[in-house]
Design a protein around this ligand. Structure first.
Ligand code: WT7
Length: 663
């Protein structure tokens, strides 16, 4: 256990007198006095980890109690809460209604054009039941897969919960992904149903969305064979050319909305698959990360309660993520709703109609707990403090950060300008694969340091080790590993056990540790600093994108013979995508045209978030004698650094050519 002592400095407002910046921020006595977590949480977990997790699991309602906490002999395939049965949706909805909290608002939904809806737990139960009845009526059965390709409308969450209620495994595909990306995910999961909307609002303009589903699902010989139905929610009402496949396509209004709001749920095994979520790895093909029911809900629910210090009936929680990412799954759906929280679901971008939007929402709804990515904090910094300063943000009492390392400057700005130096900040490290927060301060317990995720949460064990698995000394960089299984851990990669073992468990196979793909270090006080990915995965605005995926999209452009992609440091987005491409023989189109073509090609093939910031057409790529592209050197070129060691290159002069190309 490493929690930095809370006694280093007496009060949070204690700025050092010598004018230097404050290094450690202990929690205020007021926060400590009311916090859900206390230091004893670490003590309980350390004394008996499995007993600790059993206690956390019992925060949920089980229809059949479990008889074993963890089954791990078949590692890395874990089973948690063995023998237990529960219904995830009933834990998120029914039990709050049964406890007399049906009139509490679950979701304050804020639409991007300015419309809004408040949905109580009772109303949510009705809607989830209607959708469950409809899904059953079209023959869907527990274990079937459902793809969800929707903007942030309430029906998206209703669909996720109805799937959970029926034991259908959902696979949410971010609505910003292309038709190609949707198709590969639908095929891989063999989804029977796709739920979508007619369109989505993007910066106040309606854009078609179902059209992408039609394109993805194809026709005739090219049709996605697994898909039986496409269920369409009316959102924009603005696609006059919308295609409609009779027998396949149905409107939500004509089906779900007409179904009965009464539905008896069934309990499922603790290890029943709850969802798949595709994420980028080091190779081109996205991995379908598998999460199951009991363990996943236990840890998302537990972390939501303690990390966000959630107070039922009082707090208004807002997580700025999209349901297309794991943060949206765990902290927009399963964590908050299993705790009976009231939360904001916001459909749009932070600057529509203008840069005041987020602060207006905080002010209007009295948001208490605000959880966003560092890239947005840095964007707010760029827009300037007069924007947040012109709003009453006094309802806020806790701030969270997620998705990428937060630089100390952004941390301090967040604390000062958004949190008015009153709100603790929880910098939560985790991954799609970990399912829930893993390394984070506990508000009211941890004295935080700007930029550090501090320590593993109670019940979680992490370590930073060198190549041989030895714990690194303070200040030394090493590999971040998770050396004990945890309840919300991924249970595998959909349909590919070998890739699962190989990707996460082979690096430290002997020790049986999970290798996260991140580099990290401890400081002198034992605080843990995550430094970012050390593999070929980029992190752009908190979105995970593999270099290989972008490279393969680029090579799919007719003019490109070879491509190398790197993530270069970017002041706002964390990393920016920079590509180096070699053209095929005989291409004589001018470079400017080609580059803009290639950018839109990547955008269409993967998603606009994967569009390179910069593409350089170069005569050659730097390669080692074994043929490996030296990405490290390309990063130096892109960032304008001194070149690192070039001695292993076949032809060091390649750099002169690349540099001259860029200037
Ligand atoms: C990767 C996981 C966590 C859900 C959203 C992203 C990076 C995430 C932090 C943090 C430093 C972080 C890591 C990780 N990351 N949170 N607080 N500090 N780095 O999930 O898309 O699966 O990406 O995001 O590099 O491996 P993801």
């Amino acid at each position: 256990m490493q929690i930095v002592s809370t006694t280093e400095s007496s009060s949070p407002a204690d700025a050092p007198e010598d004018g230097s910046v404050q290094a450690v921020y202990p929690p205020s006595p007021e926060f400590v006095a009311q916090a859900n977590a206390g230091p004893e949480l670490y003590e309980h977990a350390d004394a008996d980890r499995l007993k600790f997790w059993a206690t956390q699991a019992r925060r949920l309602d089980w229809d059949t109690d479990f008889d074993q906490v963890l089954d791990w002999p078949d590692a890395p395939f874990a089973k948690w809460f063995v023998g237990g049965k529960l219904n995830v949706a009933a834990n998120c909805v029914d039990r709050h209604v049964a406890a007399g909290k049906g009139d509490r608002v679950a979701i304050h939904w804020v639409g991007e054009p300015g419309d809004s809806r408040d949905i109580t737990y009772s109303q949510l139960l009705d809607e989830v039941s209607r959708a469950a009845n409809y899904f059953t009526s079209i023959g869907l059965e527990a274990g079937d897969r459902v793809a969800i390709y929707m903007p942030m409308v309430p029906e998206a969450i209703v669909t996720m919960l109805s799937c959970a209620r029926l034991g259908l495994t959902h696979s949410v595909v971010f609505a910003g992904f292309s038709a190609t990306a949707l198709r590969s995910r639908v095929d891989d999961a063999q989804a029977k149903l796709v739920v979508t909307t007619d369109g989505q609002f993007r910066r106040e303009k309606p854009a078609p969305l179902k059209a992408a589903v039609d394109e993805a699902l194809g026709t005739g010989d090219d049709a996605a064979e697994s898909v039986e139905h496409v269920l369409v929610v009316r959102r924009t009402n603005h696609d006059p050319d919308m295609n409609w496949v009779e027998g396949r396509d149905v409107w939500w209004d004509d089906t779900v909305a007409e179904s009965s709001p009464k539905h008896e749920y069934e309990a499922f095994d603790s290890e029943h698959p709850l969802f798949l979520l595709y994420t980028s790895g080091t190779t081109g093909k996205p991995k379908g990360i598998v999460h199951t029911s009991g363990g996943y809900l236990t840890q998302t629910s537990y972390t939501f309660h303690y990390v966000f210090d959630h107070k039922e009936g009082r707090d208004v929680f807002w997580c700025g993520a999209d349901i297309g990412w794991v943060t949206g799954h765990s902290y927009l759906v399963y964590g908050p709703l299993s705790n009976g929280a009231t939360e904001i679901i916001y459909e749009g971008t932070p600057n529509s109609p203008n840069e005041h939007r987020h602060f207006e929402v905080i002010e209007k709804y009295g948001v208490t707990t605000y959880y966003i990515a560092p890239t947005l904090i840095r964007t707010f910094m760029k827009w300037g403090r007069t924007i947040p300063d012109s709003h009453d943000l006094s309802s806020l009492r806790l701030l969270g950060s997620v998705g990428e390392p937060i630089n100390p400057e952004a941390w301090r700005w967040y604390r000062d300008v958004i949190g008015h130096n009153r709100c603790p900040i929880v910098d939560t490290w985790w991954q799609t694969e970990t399912g829930s927060a893993m390394i984070s301060p506990l508000p009211g317990v941890t004295a935080t340091k700007p930029g550090s995720a501090m320590a593993p949460l109670p019940g979680i064990s992490a370590n930073i080790v060198d190549d041989d698995g030895n714990k690194v000394a303070p200040g030394e960089q090493g590999y971040l590993v998770l050396d004990q299984p945890w309840p919300s851990m991924l249970r595998g990669i959909w349909g590919d056990d070998e890739r699962f073992k190989d990707t996460y468990w082979s690096r430290f196979a002997e020790q049986g540790w999970y290798f996260a793909g991140d580099g990290a270090r401890y400081d002198e006080d034992g605080a843990l600093w995550v430094l970012g990915r050390i593999d070929d995965v980029m992190n752009v605005s908190g979105h995970r994108i593999s270099t290989a995926e972008v490279e393969s999209a680029l090579v799919g452009h007719h003019a490109v013979a070879e491509a190398a992609v790197i993530g270069a440091t970017d002041a706002t987005t964390g990393q920016g995508i920079v590509a180096f491409v070699i053209l095929r023989e005989g291409i004589d189109t001018d470079h400017e045209t080609l580059i803009s073509e290639m950018k839109s090609h990547v955008s269409v093939d993967i998603s606009p978030i994967a569009k390179p910031r910069e593409i350089n057409i170069v005569p050659e790529l730097p390669k080692t004698r074994s043929g490996k592209i030296m990405r490290r050197l390309l990063r130096d070129v892109a960032e304008g650094n001194e070149l690192g060691d070039t001695s292993t290159l076949v032809d060091p002069t390649v750099f002169e050519a690349i540099r001259s190309q860029r200037s």
